[in-house]
Design a protein around this ligand. Structure first.
Ligand SMILES: Cc1cn([C@H]2C[C@H](O)[C@@H](COP(=O)(O)OP(=O)(O)O[C@H]3O[C@H](C)C(=O)[C@H](O)[C@H]3O)O2)c(=O)[nH]c1=O
Length: 339
């Protein structure tokens, strides 16, 4: 089987590339990634010399390039390539529409033209919008995205659905809750807080810190996608989540405790615009239908992740001193009142 993984140098994509290359030595894995600010070939260093792995630099909106890869005979596509940071989508929505929607359409067209056996769209629970204090997102919850990011992901999901209904393209959509783990780019909550704590810098918590996210270790996400790739019923959506609801302030305090750093580093800052209050996934369908079960509790997974950031200082120090530096200084300089 030849599997095209797009966005395989980003956080979740690279974890999936590493997982697939090692687990399936008989499969050929092609990693197509544009290497934007969040893509990093260091993330796939552990497999770069494996005979069943190949990297191609390129953008999923490049139709000619995408078609040339499909023309080699791709059996399955797993589309991780996306702009993913909500805060960036609030200041600059255009690139989210281009990559997340137009890029998906290019992939769908090529998948249709070359008759792939499976197209998997990696989506997000954010397409369902926000919850109050109770309730869960199921696969039939109406789409109600609130940020330009989630709207672009919802738009892509609708295209994927339409290509199944109209052209019978063999698709699945997966919608996962918040991931954490190795290679997580430091603009996101958990790696940002770990790194700031290690550097004795303030930890900027948005609003009252009581927004709730449902956390899943990225390896558990990878095992779920593996099951969908091999056993998912065509046309179906699968929600993925580990029932680990935590408020942001609980997560931040847990990180500080583990690192033995003072809570005085916590700094409450201006809230995110349109900030979703609570996400919580009902993953009954994938558990019952495909037999998926997460391996990590949140406490174990978080400790393992913090240890990874302690052991891989040079990975994130390189990022902090590169092109991300300017964004970080502007974003947090403003939030923390330094600019
Ligand atoms: C960066 C940052 C975040 N936050 C808050 C905002 C959220 O309530 C929570 C997590 O934020 P983050 O930006 O890490 O993730 P989400 O906005 O939940 O979205 C993430 O999970 C979904 C499923 C995706 O689909 C997104 O691609 C992914 O980025 O922490 C802070 O309080 N301070 C900060 O500095």
């Amino acid at each position: 089987m030849k599997v095209l993984i797009t966005g395989g140098a980003g956080f979740i994509g690279s974890n999936f590339v590493n997982y697939m290359v090692k687990k399936y030595p008989n499969y050929q894995i092609i990693n197509l990634d544009a290497l934007t600010y969040a893509g990093n070939l260091e993330n796939v260093k552990e497999v770069e010399n494996e005979p069943n792995y190949r990297f191609v630099k390129g953008d999923i909106t490049n139709r000619e390039l995408v078609e040339s890869l499909f023309a080699e005979g791709v059996d399955a596509v797993v589309n991780f390539a996306a702009e993913s940071h909500v805060d960036r989508s609030i200041t600059d929505p255009g690139v989210f529409v281009r990559t997340n929607i137009q890029g998906t359409q290019v992939l769908l067209d090529a998948a249709k033209k070359y008759g792939v056996k499976k197209y998997i769209q990696i989506s997000t629970d954010e397409v369902y919008g926000t919850l109050g204090e109770t309730g869960y997102f199921t696969e039939t919850t109406p789409l109600a995205p609130n940020s330009p990011y989630s709207a672009s992901k919802a738009g892509a999901d609708l295209l994927v659905r339409a290509y199944h209904e109209t052209y019978e393209l063999p698709v699945n959509i997966t919608r996962c809750s918040n991931n954490y783990g190795p290679y997580h780019f430091p603009e996101k909550l958990i790696p940002l807080m770990i790194i700031n704590a290690l550097n004795d810098q303030p930890l900027p918590v948005y609003g009252d810190g009581l927004n709730v996210r449902d956390w899943l270790h990225v390896e558990d996400h990878c095992s779920a996608i593996d099951l969908v790739l091999h056993k998912g019923r065509n046309g179906e959506v699968y929600n993925i989540g580990g029932n680990n609801e935590r408020t942001n302030i609980e997560v931040v305090k847990a990180i500080l405790r583990y690192l033995n750093k003072p809570e005085s580093l916590i700094t409450f800052v201006e809230d995110r615009l349109g900030h979703d209050r609570r996400y919580a996934i009902d993953a009954t369908k994938i558990r019952k239908e495909l037999g998926w079960k997460p391996k990590y509790t949140f406490e174990e997974g978080l400790k393992k992740t913090i240890d990874w950031y302690l052991e891989n200082r040079s990975w994130w120090e390189n990022i902090l001193s590169g092109e991300y530096k300017e964004y970080y200084e502007r974003q947090y300089g403003q939030k923390l009142g330094r600019l």
